[in-house]
Design a protein around this ligand. Structure first.
Ligand code: OAD
Length: 234
């Protein structure tokens, strides 16, 4: 029987690495091959929309062909079987958490399989490549159809809901994230200030390692199912 009642889980690119998706800051990662300011800011989209759309077209093609791994599945099992509440907040734009069965999920950095119209704010599921001449199905304007992704300089989604959960949680798990990008990198401090037990599950110590009460380092498909078993079965 677990001593905890309310769990918040933060996940990052390391969780999906063993499904075949690149991380950002590891050797050979996405930010070693592309400059953030060229592909992941509103200014880049205004200056050179073709380059930005092509960068995300590659991400979307990659996300279509992958499946959840044992770590995604273990987190879905935790949500289904845990007696208390579980909220998963992911920085990942892939659909692997929901494909594994996680339901109480926040995609704080958006979703690669959705499109957003900058003219009218319409959002819709989107599986194909995006092009600059695509017209919005709601307002009819062209040139403003972008992936529904939070870029650098923009506010991540559902921050009020996330902070409310952080201030109430008694266990905070940070999984597969390097702790470089705020506000997500600051969640451990919020949870800690609220009195939660804080645990890092990552391949290596993250930037925020000193703020965690407990850390287990190893591959997500190994350490996450083992930690979930411990929580569910003691
Ligand atoms: P990073 O690439 O910064 O960090 C990934 C972390 O996962 C690193 O600490 C790795 O050591 C770890 N890792 C790699 N393989 C792993 C494995 N098999 N098992 C467990 N851990 C593993 O990715 P994020 O922290 O997710 O935002 O990056 C945060 C944000 O920066 C992203 O959401 C994205 C990016 O720029 C936006 O684009 C807005």
């Amino acid at each position: 029987m677990s001593a905890f009642e309310r769990i918040v889980i933060l996940t990052g690119a390391g969780l999906s690495a063993e499904s075949g998706l690149s991380t950002f800051r590891d050797k050979g990662g996405i930010w070693a091959r592309h400059r953030i300011e060229d592909v992941a800011t509103p200014e880049a989209f205004a200056r050179d929309p073709e380059t930005v759309l092509e960068f995300y077209n590659q991400r979307r093609r990659g996300a279509r062909g992958v499946t959840p791994n044992a770590a995604h599945q273990a987190l879905a099992r935790l949500e289904a079987e845990f007696a208390g509440s579980v909220m998963t907040v992911t920085q990942n734009i892939d659909p692997l958490h929901e494909q594994a069965g996680t339901r109480n999920l926040v995609h704080m950095h958006g979703e690669i399989l959705k499109v957003l119209c900058t003219h009218c704010g319409a959002r819709a599921p989107w599986n194909e490549d995006l092009t600059v001449d695509l017209a919005c199905r709601r307002c009819g304007n062209t040139g403003g159809m972008r992936p529904d992704i939070v870029w650098f300089g923009e506010m991540p989604y559902q921050m009020d809901r996330i902070y409310a959960a952080l201030t109430e949680c008694d266990l905070f798990l940070s999984i597969g994230t390097s702790g470089n990008v705020y506000p997500a990198a600051g969640f451990v401090a919020e949870a800690r200030a609220a009195g939660a037990h804080t645990v890092e599950l990552n391949l290596e110590p993250s930037e925020g390692i000193s703020l965690f009460a407990e850390a287990i380092h190893g591959k997500a498909t190994k350490v996450v199912p083992a930690y979930v078993d411990r929580l569910l079965h003691g």
